[in-house]
Design a protein around this ligand. Structure first.
Ligand code: TMP
Ligand code: ASP
Length: 243
């Protein structure tokens, strides 16, 4: 199959149908704009499984996604979309770059969910955009920006509720959206421990509670078992495993 694009964690292939693409999830992990590189064994399969489960669950709540099906455990067939080069981040609790840039203490509950737009451009280091910069760049129409904002908040509400039912706190996460050939806005990319901060509600220790890629970013160890833990709880909650 013809390779369309290779990213840090996934490879995108064309298929015989121009409306359908195939995503191959990799075990490769990068952080800090690929300055740190490594492998998380089994990550490709776990992220593909978690993302598929969450996309289907969101679809059942009325959110349109690019998900079609999984022909293999590390492969997802998706609707072909043109990705809007924006990373839409939603934050419920202060962590990561929000703490570094504002001095807020990690773990501070935000008074409202914060939606932020970052430019998806590795060469520029994915900078945070102001609303005027967003308008000037014209990467999406003002109506689409409004739509992205309200979709992001709705997805946050659904996912926060879902993860809470798994005894996991959804601290923050990153979404990407694309437009299909009919111009329909679809949730794309992935939703996984690579793209979310997830804290175990059963643990109080600030390092032990981390169930996401921060274990890799911050060299906390036990990365694979954290990803497995998220997969197990998500699948169990959806009735997709025996436990
Ligand atoms: P940040 O605190 O580093 O800005 O990250 C916010 C959220 O976005 C966090 O859940 C991790 C996710 N994220 C990505 O998925 N990809 C990225 O390249 C970055 C920087 C963050
Ligand atoms: N995925 C991004 C990178 O490699 C950053 C991150 O997730 O921390 O650069």
């Amino acid at each position: 199959m013809e390779k369309l694009y290779e990213g840090k964690a996934k490879i995108l292939y064309k298929t015989e149908d121009s409306e359908i693409l195939l995503t191959q999830f990799k075990d490769d992990a990068t952080a800090f704009n690929a300055q740190k590189r490594g492998t998380i064994k089994g990550k490709g399969q776990i992220n593909c499984t978690i993302s598929s489960a969450l996309f289907q669950w969101l679809e059942s709540r009325g959110i349109s996604t690019h998900f079609i099906d999984c022909p293999e455990p590390t492969q997802m067939r998706v609707r072909a979309v043109t990705i809007i080069p924006l990373e839409v981040v939603v934050r419920n609790i202060a962590a990561g770059s929000l703490c570094r840039q504002t001095g807020l203490t990690e773990g501070t509950l935000l008074p409202f969910p914060l939606v932020e737009f970052y430019l998806k451009n590795d060469e520029l280091g994915d900078p945070l955009l102001t609303s005027d910069r967003l308008k000037i760049l014209e990467l999406a129409t003002p109506e689409q920006i409004e739509q992205l904002q309200s979709l992001a908040l709705k997805i946050n509400q659904y996912l926060s509720e879902f993860f809470t039912s798994c005894q996991i706190t959804l601290v923050d996460f990153k979404l990407e959206f694309g437009l299909d050939s009919q111009g329909q806005l679809l949730l794309a990319d992935e939703i996984s421990p690579d793209t979310c901060r997830l804290w175990d509600q059963q643990k109080n220790d600030p390092q032990q509670r981390v169930l996401d890629k921060d274990r890799f970013r911050r060299d906390l160890g036990e990365v694979e078992s954290a990803y497995e833990q998220v997969q197990q709880r998500v699948l169990a909650k959806l009735g997709l495993t025996e436990n």
